[in-house]
Write a protein that binds this ligand. Structure first.
Ligand SMILES: Cc1ncc(COP(=O)(O)O)c(C=O)c1O
Length: 512
């Protein structure tokens, strides 16, 4: 048994990421595999990265799915060790976007891996269809639903744990809202917002604004006629809701009986990481309640740690009728998405509600372990941790990273952005977003925000060994909770080199 006080003197700063295999009892297991075909350090093919990448066109569908910049060998936290595809030289990449926004704990989180390893060694079924129950499934459901306890009486919320991707969860949320409105055939409209992104399946993409910058290839249907896209909610310069946003609320108040749902992303990442004003969300909640419209939050980007809580309702006080989320749930250790809904929206009908690959028990172990990491362990389980766990990890598991790492990393990130603005005023404009979901505007030669420059910078960053993404006219930064000061220092030096390159090229009028 671990002394629960053992980690007390460790602060969050001591909690450097570590590989699970570096802990003594695990090292012994790994040593038993060395030299065999199960050797965790063994190679899987004989080709070099360059040889693999040269066969891209012959092997894979074209478009965004091809590896082309970098070859990853090993990774830990925010660092990925590998090879530059361009120069074939070794590079240690700094990941400032949690591997496309999924790995809220960083890569190879030792606790999630340990929990999955323990599960794999158990005789429990590793996969179960929807009609067969298990402890794990029910435990995860209770734990996630518990986050919304303060927004209702016990049993007010229900969960669907059987989706794989965020797009599935968004679609299921819309299906449940649509079904709940079937008694009122006038309610056929869906309200969405310009600049929002809801996924890549046909329905999810149909309800988004068609944005040529991100492509618009669809199948079977080009558009639907019952989606109303309101302007992205904003405040004016004085900090009060813009006239357009007030007009949106008025329109929903006036025509509310025609809407079955309003779908909103609390932080519109693709819209240059725009955080929807809280006042708008509060008033939207009031209108939806008055008019019996189902309010759906698409929290695929922001939930599970990125804005400091599990669900946005917990920090904002605005609780939707349905939350759809995915991505960070498993911190990249399995494909899982969920829908949490008020009981009025509990019903779903076949063929919806149960995706084939959502019966993967390792994903449920992962979400359970991610909850341990973010919010702290259940006290009786914390008291039974193995004695050999590193004290820093034990300290983290007591109270959870949302209380320790989140304020530290969010604060470091805010300083990091301010420093970039200070150093590169000609290129770096205002920051947007909140918490760990941040954008920083890239300015063109005319001093105005430019999507082209943001794209150019994001591409150049990868060549300089920093992984970020483009989001509208911003560079999108969404670091994991494992990010250290040293990570940001190195990332800052590389971003500075990237910015200098871009400015230099612009000064010499070199083609982009
Ligand atoms: C806000 C939002 N909704 C939905 C999705 C779709 O999620 P997935 O790609 O897992 O289908 C995404 C993906 O980026 C997203 O950012």
């Amino acid at each position: 048994m671990t002394d629960p006080q053992a980690g007390a003197e460790f602060t969050a700063l001591d909690n450097m990421p570590f590989h699970l295999a570096s802990v003594e009892p695990i090292r012994q297991v790994v040593a038993g595999l060395e030299g065999s075909c199960l050797d965790p350090g063994g190679r899987l093919t004989d080709l070099t990265p360059r040889e693999h990448l040269a066969r891209n066109a012959a092997l894979f569908t074209a478009g965004g799915s091809l590896a082309r910049e970098f070859w990853a060998d090993t990774a830990l936290g925010s660092r990925i060790q590998g090879t530059s595809a361009r120069t074939a030289t070794p590079v240690e990449m700094i990941d400032l976007c949690s591997m496309t926004c999924n790995t809220v704990l960083g890569v190879n989180d030792p606790w999630v891996k340990l929990r999955q390893a323990a599960f794999l060694l158990s005789p429990q079924p590793h996969y179960l269809p929807a009609r067969i129950g298990s402890d794990l499934f029910y435990r995860v459901a209770h734990r996630i639903l518990g986050r919304l306890d303060r927004f209702g009486a016990p049993g007010d919320f229900v969960i669907n744990l059987r989706q794989c991707n965020g797009s599935d969860a968004v679609e299921l949320a819309l299906h449940a809202a649509w079904l709940a409105a079937r008694g009122t055939p006038r309610r056929r409209r869906l309200a969405t917002f310009r600049g929002a992104y809801h996924g890549e399946s046909i329905l999810a993409s149909l309800v988004c604004e068609d944005d040529p910058a991100y492509g618009s290839g669809r199948a079977l249907v080009d558009r639907v006629d019952n989606v109303v896209r309101f302007p992205s909610p904003r405040c004016d310069d004085g900090g009060t809701l813009s006239a357009e946003s007030l007009a949106t609320l008025d329109a929903l108040e006036r025509d509310g009986e025609e809407y079955f749902a309003v779908l909103v992303e609390p932080v519109q990442w693709r819209n240059s990481v725009h955080a929807v004003p809280l006042e708008f969300l509060r008033r939207l909640r009031e209108v939806c309640t008055r008019k019996s419209i189902c309010l759906v939050f698409d929290e695929v980007q922001n939930a599970f740690g990125y804005t400091g809580t599990i669900f946005f309702a917990e920090s904002s006080g605005v609780c939707p009728d349905i939350v759809a989320t995915g991505k960070a749930l498993t911190s990249g250790h399995g494909a899982l998405a969920i829908v949490v809904a008020r009981r009025e929206f509990a019903e779903v009908e076949p063929p919806f509600g149960s995706k084939t690959n959502s019966g993967d028990m390792l994903s449920f172990v992962a979400v359970d372990a991610v909850l341990d990491r973010l919010t702290g362990m259940l006290p009786e389980e914390f008291a039974a941790l193995p004695a050999w766990l590193p004290p820093g990890l034990v300290a983290d598991l007591r109270g959870g990273l949302l209380d320790t790492a989140y304020p530290r990393v969010a604060g470091m990130l805010a300083d990091f952005l301010a420093e970039l603005q200070h150093r590169f005023p000609a290129l770096v404009g205002p920051a947007s977003g909140l918490g760990l979901v941040r954008g920083v505007a890239m300015l063109g030669e005319d001093g105005r925000p430019s999507g082209d420059v943001a794209g150019e910078v994001a591409d150049a960053c990868l060549k300089h060994g920093v992984y970020v993404r483009r989001a509208g006219h911003c560079v999108y930064l969404k670091p994991s909770l494992s990010t250290t000061e040293a990570d940001l220092e190195l990332a800052g030096a590389r971003l500075a080199a990237t910015f200098e390159d871009v400015l230099h090229r612009a000064a010499r009028k070199e083609p982009r």
